[in-house]
Design a protein around this ligand. Structure first.
Ligand SMILES: [Zn+2]
Length: 79
């Protein structure tokens, strides 16, 4: 009978600990990351996360190639 009581106490502690762990989860949740912000590529219009964006002055680009092509196109613009 004593063993049953000990098991019950251990189960109750485990149960309480589980509830406490669960209730702490929202607090430890990762805050919305800075990569949530999307930038539109000035060349092709694709939206890219901020950490994958190439920036030049006020323009954002999805890739280094589009950054280069954008300014190449601007410079070589036929008249
Ligand atoms: Zn692009």
């Amino acid at each position: 009978m004593k063993i049953l009581l000990i098991l019950l106490v251990v189960w109750a502690i485990a149960f309480i600990v589980r509830i406490l762990m669960r209730s702490q989860k929202p607090a430890t949740q990762i805050p919305s990351s800075k990569t949530d912000k999307l930038h539109k590529c000035a060349f092709c219009g694709v939206h890219c996360p901020e950490d994958e964006t190439f920036r030049y002055k006020d323009n954002a680009f999805c890739s280094k190639e589009h950054l280069d092509q954008y300014f190449q196109y601007k410079d070589d613009k036929p008249e």
